[in-house]
Design a protein around this ligand. Structure first.
Ligand code: GAP
Length: 539
C-alpha cells in the first residue's frame, strides 16, 4: 500500500481493489455509460422507477434488493467514518416534519428558489442557471480539446505556458470569465432580467426545439408543502424538509447539554429530504425525494475557515479511500455564496454527463443558530469555560447526497471486460467492503451432498456477512451473474470438498481461484471484506 500525507497529516491511499486480470477493460463513457448504468440498475435489482406499473413518477425512484444493500453499506461507511472515528461527533435522527417557523428562520420560505425559464416553442422548462453553466462547460470542452491536440503534437509540452499564450484558448477563457462575472452580478442583485439577457446574448437554444423563444426568468420555491391535521388553511401548512441540517440546528442545545459536548463538536444525521426539482431528468442525480448525509460542526467564531479547510481535505480523503481514480474528483469553489455562507465549495465527481456536484462543504457562520434564536426567542449559545465567554458557535457543514454517491459508485464500478478467450463479461468492481453480497456459495452440482455442504458454509458465514446461495445454471454462468452484481468472492463446493474439506475461492476482479481449507474461510473472508480495516485507513 502506497500512502502519502497532505498538509493536514491526512494520508491518501492507493486503490485497494485494483483489477489484476489480463483482461482488457472496456470503460464505458458518456451517454453509453449512463444508459448502461440505468439498465443494469434495473436488470439486477438495484433501482426501479417508482410506481412503474402506473408509468412511474417523475424523479422518484425505488431501491431494489441489491440497491438497498449497497445504499446501506455506503451510508454505514459514511456514518462510521464520521461518528465512530471522531470522539467529538455524535449522530441524531430528527423528524421529517418540523415546526413551519423553522423554514422561515432558515430562509427557505423566502429564498429557496430556482430561477426558471420556459421555451415557448417546446413548452419545456429549464433552470436558467443550468443553461448558463452548460454553456460555460461547452467552452471549457473547447479549451480542453485545444490542450489535448497540442499535447499530442509537441514533446515536452508546457500546459501552463500553452494555456496562457495560445490565442484561441486565451479568447475562450476570456469569454468564460466575462460570462461568470455577468452571471455573478445578476444573481447577487437578484436581477432576473439580466439573467435572461445573458441567455439571449449567449444565443443559448432550447435543446428540444432549437429555438431562442424564451419567457422571462422567474423564481420558483422548491419546498413541498402539506397540511397538518384536518383543517386546511394556511396556518396549518407544513413542509417536507428540504434538507436534514435544520433538524440538527434546532437540536443543537439539546445535544450539547445532554451529551456534555465541548466545542469544537459535530452532529451528524442521515435521512430523507424533499425538493420539488424542476429539471429532474438525470436518473437518481436529481430527485424529488432523496437522502442526505449531513454533519454540522460547531466551532469557535474566528476558527471556522481553518475547520472548513480541514473538512474539505477530510471529505476528499473519504472519497479517495474508495479507490477510484483521483482525477474523477475536483473541488469547485462557489462563485455566488448562499445567504448563510462565508466560504463554500463542492466536491465534484465526473458523472457520465460531466463533472457535477456530489458533496458540499459550507462555512455557514452563525446564520442558522442566530436566526433560530431570533424566531424562537430561545438562547442558542455556548458557554466556553476555558475562555469564560458566551457565544453563538459558527458552523462548518459537510453535506452529501446518498443517492448521488450511489450513482457515482455505479458509474465507476460498472465495466465490461474482454477476456483472453475473446468472450466478455460485465462486472461491477464495487469495493468489496461495500458490495451488496460479500460471498456467493455455489455447489458445483445439485447432487452428491454438495448443496448440503454449501449450506453449512453459508451457516458459518452468514452471521457476519450477507451471503447468497446459487445452484441453478452452469458454474460459469453463475460466476458471471455474481460479477454483474458485484459479489467480490465466490466459494465453490466440489467433489474434492467432500474428500478433504477444502473449497475454491474466486476473486471477482482477478478471476483467480485459490483452494483453501473450510476452517480458514471465515478468517480470510472477514479480512477481505472488512469495513473496519477500510476505516483504519482514514485514521
Ligand atoms: N444542507 C445543505 C444542503 O442541503 P445542498 O447543496 O442543497 O446543501 C447537499 O445539498 C447535497 O445533497 C448535494 O451535494 C447533493 O449531493 C444532494 N442533493 C441535493 N439536491 C438533490 C436532489 N434533488 N437529488 C439528489 N441529491 C440531491
Amino acid at each position: 500500500m502506497i500512502s502519502s500525507k497532505d498538509s493536514y497529516g491526512i494520508s491518501f491511499q492507493t486503490p485497494i481493489f485494483a483489477i489484476m486480470s489480463s483482461a482488457i477493460v472496456k470503460k464505458f463513457s458518456g451517454e453509453e455509460l449512463f444508459k448502461n448504468v440505468i439498465s443494469h440498475a434495473k436488470e439486477y435489482g438495484f433501482i426501479f422507477q417508482s410506481s412503474e406499473i402506473y408509468d412511474g413518477l417523475s424523479a422518484v425512484y425505488d431501491y431494489g434488493q441489491m440497491g438497498v444493500e449497497l445504499k446501506k453499506n455506503i451510508r454505514d461507511y459514511w456514518w462510521k467514518s464520521m461518528v465512530q472515528l471522531n470522539e467529538n461527533i455524535v449522530g441524531i435522527d430528527t423528524a421529517i416534519f418540523m415546526h413551519p417557523t423553522t423554514w422561515k428562520a432558515s430562509g427557505h420560505v423566502d429564498a429557496f428558489n430556482d430561477p426558471l425559464i420556459d421555451n415557448k416553442d417546446s413548452k419545456k422548462r429549464y433552470r436558467a442557471d443550468v443553461l448558463i453553466e452548460d454553456h460555460i462547460a461547452k467552452v471549457e470542452v473547447k479549451i480542453q480539446k485545444e490542450v489535448e491536440k497540442a499535447k499530442a503534437r509537441f514533446e515536452n509540452f508546457d500546459e501552463v505556458m500553452f494555456v496562457s499564450t495560445n490565442p484561441r484558448v486565451v479568447e475562450n477563457q476570456k469569454k468564460i470569465d466575462e460570462i461568470n462575472a455577468r452571471f455573478k452580478t445578476a444573481l447577487n442583485d437578484n436581477n432576473l432580467e439580466d439573467v435572461k439577457q445573458l441567455i439571449l446574448d449567449l444565443e443559448i437554444v432550447c435543446p428540444i426545439s432549437g429555438s431562442r423563444n424564451w419567457t422571462d426568468v422567474r423564481q420558483f420555491n422548491l419546498m413541498f408543502s402539506t397540511q397538518l391535521g384536518s383543517v386546511s388553511d394556511e396556518s396549518n401548512t407544513i413542509y417536507l424538509r428540504p434538507e436534514t441540517a435544520q433538524g440538527i440546528f434546532v437540536n443543537f442545545l439539546n445535544v450539547q447539554k445532554s451529551g456534555r459536548m465541548k466545542i469544537p463538536f459535530g452532529i451528524a444525521q442521515t435521512g430523507k429530504a424533499f425538493r420539488n426539482e424542476i429539471v429532474a431528468r438525470q436518473f437518481i442525480f436529481r430527485m424529488r425525494e432523496f437522502e442526505q448525509m449531513e454533519m454540522q460542526f460547531f466551532v469557535k467564531p474566528g476558527t471556522e475557515i481553518e475547520w472548513y479547510e480541514k473538512w474539505k481535505a477530510k471529505r476528499m480523503q473519504w472519497h479517495n479511500s474508495l479507490g477510484f481514480p483521483q482525477s474523477k474528483y475536483r473541488f469547485h469553489d462557489h462563485i455566488k455564496l448562499a445567504h448563510y455562507a462565508n466560504a463554500a465549495a463542492d466536491i465534484e465527481f465526473e458523472f457520465p454527463f460531466g463533472f457535477k456536484e456530489l458533496e458540499g462543504i459550507h462555512s455557514r457562520t452563525d446564520f442558522d443558530l442566530k436566526s433560530h434564536m431570533q424566531y424562537s426567542g430561545k438562547k442558542l449559545q455556548y458557554f466556553d469555560s476555558e475562555d469564560n465567554e458566551n457565544y453563538i458557535p459558527y458552523v462548518v457543514e459537510t453535506s452529501i447526497g446518498l443517492d448521488r454517491m450511489f450513482l457515482a459508485m455505479m458509474s465507476m464500478a460498472l465495466n465490461e471486460e474482454v477476456l483472453e478467450d475473446g468472450s466478455s463479461r460485465v462486472v461491477m468492481n464495487i469495493p468489496p467492503f461495500l458490495a451488496p453480497y460479500k460471498v456467493a456459495v455455489l455447489p458445483l452440482m445439485k447432487k452428491d451432498g454438495l448443496p448440503e455442504k454449501a449450506r453449512e458454509i453459508i451457516d458459518e458465514l452468514k452471521l457476519d456477512h450477507l451471503c447468497i446461495y446459487e445452484e441453478k445454471d452452469a458454474i460459469g454462468k453463475r460466476y458471471r451473474r455474481m460479477d454483474a452484481i458485484g459479489t467480490p468472492y465466490c466459494i465453490t463446493v466440489d467433489h474434492q470438498t467432500l474428500e478433504d474439506n477444502t473449497v475454491t475461492i474466486r476473486d471477482r476482479d482477478t478471476m483467480k481461484q485459490e483452494r483453501l481449507a473450510i476452517d480458514q474461510l471465515a478468517q480470510i473472508v472477514n479480512q477481505k471484506v472488512s469495513m473496519s480495516l477500510q476505516l483504519a485507513k482514514l485514521m
